[in-house]
Write a protein that binds this ligand. Structure first.
Ligand code: MN
Length: 589
């Protein structure tokens, strides 16, 4: 096979797209390394020759599109552009990482290698939890953030072209995007990409809901734009008067963010009031600090419209951990609608659009790729630092993704900044036991974010928890209903086995052990009789939120293993799962 497998028109399209990529690149401040980019393109084109995507277009159009996202929407330089052009070569063709290293350079090869590892089976394994995948992604990221940035660009293009995939794959790819890539893009400060990823995955995950909201939104578009014009008219006059060069744009909420709001507040579409946001991007002058100039514009606006006292967000004095800077204010419009206004300088805007990757641009001037390396490396060091030694800043760092990323896990911090991972629903007691059994047994409550709470308080992700203890405190039987972690349950069970109701030591009988053995035996027999296969067992344990049989009897059942009624309920559950999955097995044949 050779390149002539494509028609002449297709070859022209490929060439034209490549020229567009070079054109995008020419408009950046990077040192112009056109030669190596051209070689990377020729090599990738040759390596993917004759291959087509599901949509029918030549495969090389995909790496070209990813490279364009990398330069235009993320703002990376030649090393990343080359890696993007080559990102599928090792996975999909006969060429190896060594081939890339010898033809280009070790850095490009290393990034391509990282990308190949992420997309391979290593992360695709269905049985692995998404949170685990995410952690791996984060680890890869701390090796070289460009791997993740290019991966996000790759995913964005795949989402834009998802219609060509079969429906079941659409679903899988969309949900992975929703749970991993959108939150990551958010955390890296790539807000427009995050919005687009969320909207696109939502469209495939819940097409009916998406279409309904989308059509309602479209119907309102004209009137919202009318409102916008009326609303900004006087603002323009004020800023003109201040003498700034600026743009004011309207932003309609995305379909996904509308839906999110409807869910969170449990309201219908009609009650989502902040559909419209206004963004002011201006060129500051040298006479004053950027921050002061933002506040001047704020002041001009709030003499026109009344600000909402609780909705002023100063991300300039304290930028978000993902680099976001802006001044947000919500004001009452003349037509009785609250409207959020974001005030940003051009620099802040660029940061918000292209994330931290744009940071170096303002520090580096025009020296190009050399600085790209060192600045990104520095940033990576910071990320690593935070991942390894979370302190109070780490909380803001985690803040932007905590709710999305680890749906079934939460993080909490000790006053010293150590952090612990806990399952959703964990209480202060769980946290105390997690730190030390001794702390758990004497726990009387905690200070969560400096506020005193009881032992049963449910910890939220990002909470700072200082466990409070008292020498005279001892475990109470009802604690068994409070704790959810295996460690705490086990410790409590052991405590009650070695003490009587008054907390006094007692003579241990062999009976708890027998009970566990008996429960397990009953199950062992049942498993054999029913011919339960391992994935059915897995489903069963999963439905009870445990991993192993031991866990089940040690922790979940607490003291009640001997309770025949409970055992029979479990037996029924197990039979039910067996019945259901057996049917599936037959269907699949
Ligand atoms: Mn790809």
């Amino acid at each position: 096979m050779n390149e002539s497998d494509f028609t002449q028109e297709e070859e022209q399209l490929i060439e034209r797209t490549f020229q567009e990529l070079l054109n995008d690149y020419a408009h950046t401040i990077h040192r112009q390394k056109v030669e190596i980019i051209t070689r990377a393109f020729r090599f990738a084109h040759m390596a993917h020759r004759g291959v087509r995507r599901l949509s029918g277009e030549p495969y090389i159009m995909h790496p070209l599109a990813v490279a364009r996202i990398v330069v235009k929407e993320i703002g990376l330089g030649s090393t990343s552009i080359c890696a993007a052009l080559l990102h599928d070569v090792v996975e999909d063709t006969e060429f190896t990482v060594e081939d890339i290293a010898s033809r280009f350079n070790p850095k490009i090869a290393q990034i391509v290698d990282g990308l190949t590892k992420i997309s391979g089976g290593k992360f695709g394994n269905q049985s692995e939890k998404q949170a685990v995948n995410t952690r791996k992604l984060l680890l890869t990221m701390s090796e070289d953030v460009r791997v993740v940035l290019i991966k996000i660009a790759d995913r964005l293009h795949n989402m834009r072209t998802l219609a060509a995939q079969p429906v079941d794959k659409q679903h899988k790819i969309a949900s992975e995007t929703q749970f991993i890539y959108a939150p990551l893009a958010h955390r890296l400060g790539l807000f427009p990409i995050k919005d687009e990823l969320e909207d696109l995955s939502f469209r495939y995950l819940l097409p009916d809901v998406y279409n309904e909201i989308d059509s309602k939104l479209s119907a309102l578009k004209d009137s919202q734009m009318e409102n916008f014009k009326r609303f900004v008219e006087p603002i323009r006059k004020k800023i003109d008067h201040l003498g700034y060069e600026y743009t004011i744009s309207a932003r309609l909420k995305t379909v996904y963010s509308i839906w999110e709001k409807m869910q969170k507040k449990n309201i219908p579409f009609e009650d989502v009031y902040d559909l419209l946001a206004v963004r002011i991007v201006f060129k500051p002058n040298d006479s004053m600090a950027e921050k002061d100039q933002c506040w001047m514009i704020y002041s001009a606006i709030t003499t026109l419209y009344r600000p909402h006292p609780e909705r002023i967000r100063d991300w300039i004095s304290t930028p978000k951990a993902n680099g976001y800077e802006a001044l947000h204010v919500t004001v009452m419009s003349p037509f009785g609608q609250w409207i959020e206004i974001q005030i940003r300088t051009e620099r802040m805007h660029d940061l918000a659009e292209r994330g931290l990757a744009a940071h170096w641009k303002y520090k580096a001037g025009d020296t190009g790729d050399v600085i790209e390396e060192s600045e990104l490396d520095q940033w990576l060091k910071d990320v690593k630092e935070v991942l390894e030694h979370p302190d109070s800043d780490a909380m803001t760092f985690l803040d932007t993704f905590k709710l999305n990323l680890f749906a079934d896990e939460i993080f909490a911090f000790t006053p010293k900044g150590d952090f612990r991972t806990l399952p959703q629903g964990a209480s202060v007691l769980d946290f105390a036991y997690q730190l030390h059994t001794e702390l758990g047994e004497h726990c009387i409550g905690a200070k969560v974010n400096h506020k005193v709470v009881s032992v049963s308080y449910l910890i939220q992700s990002g909470d700072q928890v200082e466990v409070l203890t008292s020498e005279s405190q001892k475990p109470e039987p009802e604690w068994l209903n409070i704790v959810v972690t295996a460690k705490a349950k086990k410790a409590l069970r052991m405590y009650f086995n070695r003490t009587d109701v008054n907390g006094k030591p007692r003579n241990l009988t062999a009976y708890p052990v027998t009970i566990v053995v008996r429960g397990k035996d009953t199950f062992g027999v049942l498993i054999r009789i029913l011919n339960i296969v391992s994935n059915q067992m897995h489903l069963f344990l999963h439905s009870l939120h445990t991993e192993t049989m031991d866990d089940l009897f040690e922790c979940k059942m607490q003291m009640s293993v001997y309770d025949e009624a409970t055992v029979s309920v479990l037996c029924r559950e197990l039979s039910k799962i067996k019945e259901l999955t057996d049917v599936e097995r037959i269907d699949n044949k």
